[in-house]
Design a protein around this ligand. Sequence first.
Ligand code: AGP
Length: 613
Amino acid sequence: MCGIVGYVGSREAVPLLMAGLTNLEYRGYDSAGIAAFDGTGLIVQKCVGRLSALGERLKNEPVEGRVGIGHTRWATHGEPSEINSHPHLDCTGRIAVVHNGIIENYQELRAALEAKGHQFISQTDTEVIPHLIEAALSDGAKSFEEALQTALKLARGAYALGILFKDQPDRFYAARHGSPLVVGVGKGEQFIASDVPAIVSQTRDVIYLNDGEIATLTPDGVRVTNLDGQEVKHEIVTVTLRAESVERAGFETFMLKEIHEQPRVLRNLLDKHVSPDSSVLMPGFGLSPQYFKKLNRVMIVSCGTAYHAGMYGKLLLENLTRIAVETDLGSEFRYRDPKIDPGTLIVAVSQSGETADTLASVRMAKSWGCKTLSICNVPGSTLVRVSDAVFFTDAGPEIGVASTKAYTAQLMAFGLLAIHIGLSRGEISEKDAQTLLRDLQAIPDAIHYVLRRKDSIRAIADKHHDGPSSLYLGRRFNYPTALEGALKNKEISYQHAEGYAAGEMKHGPIALINEYLPVVCICTKTRDEVYEKMISNVKEVEARHGKIIAIATDGDTAFDRLAEDIVFVPPTRDEFSPLVNVVALQLLAYYAAQARGTDIDKPRNLAKSVTVE
Ligand code: AGP
């Protein structure tokens, strides 16, 4: 939800701001803008649409300067338009602001400022910030810092801000409350960005600002204070992320690259967490086997794709640990007044670690005295910093808006955690654990096998991408896979898709089935009766002439006459089959989107990281 950048130093600011914004464009692409000081003053350039449109404008009307801020927008308040694009200015044009977040009390602030004579030109919440600072300056604030503190004390909601002040062309300011912001510390130059990948090609030394902090950035250094002006000392953290990991590496899209990275990501996770003698290793984890022994309830909270991972986690944890596990969407959990006792472990799943509803749920649970464990991909993210324990999914930066490698890494995390907790509680034996781990270790190769068959998956997608709708059916461990496959399809191909528990089909969605509806049926072999039940469901679809696309186990002939198309996947243990099956569905969605000509890495209306409610 919006990306912000800033630079001060001895180099030209605009190319650096544009490079940073290129890496942040996945956070929003409704409009883009920059502000910089050139020799004459504060110059703003902004454009509706993609960053490339701003790039074109800057070619014709270049902006020079060694200090600047930039923004790429996902519209919340006010339609995507030039007027609503950031940076926003005060009445005098001396203060420029870029913002990620939402100022929730902006209407009352705006009304009060308008009553004092301030002129607003946009429909955004952000515009109140430069006006509040301007008002504090004219009310006698002794310094710009003091005016900024006064303004921010009045603003309620979430913000990461970059701020330029015309009278101080040697510096810029940044502030954070509830939205992600990282400060990059260089030699004779400083940066800010919404996340590390945007600045990692310039510096690896970073400061993670805390909520309620303001940074003043000059070429000589960074000074951090709280909203009362008291200095706050910060440790500089050196991040390990490599600049190449935010490049497409020859793939046509980030999403395709990330789909192909899955075997490596999962193998690395296995190498990190499985010892040569086949036990689960939890380095620096923070929750002991004794803790898990006594635990009797888990609540998993997450959103979107991460919610589907949570649904899978529930099934696996219940199975291998016999703990009662529930799942909920962050946006529901935080408003439903759930009955949670302090003994419940809250597990938050999030790629970004910045999803507003997931974070709010964790904070709420902490206030009730619950312990919190996060399964997260981004070190230094807010979720990581507020959780008691963290399982890092280590998938590397995920740039494609549609989550792929982060999802399978979340499933793998649940696999490893469930085995670890099951063992700690004595619910599974050492021998069971070794067998489970061996089966988990077979997953990266099984995914490779699916990736090698991508041409046949593309042919199926080419055949079925045209219709208005499709249905995805799965049972038990693959019910979340059906939901995730449908989500992938709708978010990148814009074809309506519905995921359903196959056994529920008779209770409604069967009415949708006719000879035009593609029905993706996940029917890989299982050890129990689920497989047979799934065959019956497929037959019910066949009887109504639905176009069946089966995801089946290699060598299984049961669908030869039932299905119009079959994607074969290698045999895997039931519990872990979702890690493989979902890759086939990711590719199916990918090629459908390609055939439909959408912008796969930046699907319309979406943003990678949902930092607002
Ligand atoms: C995934 O394809 C989506 N774009 C989206 O549902 C995402 O999973 C969700 O917004 C949660 O994000 P998080 O994992 O960063 O918390």
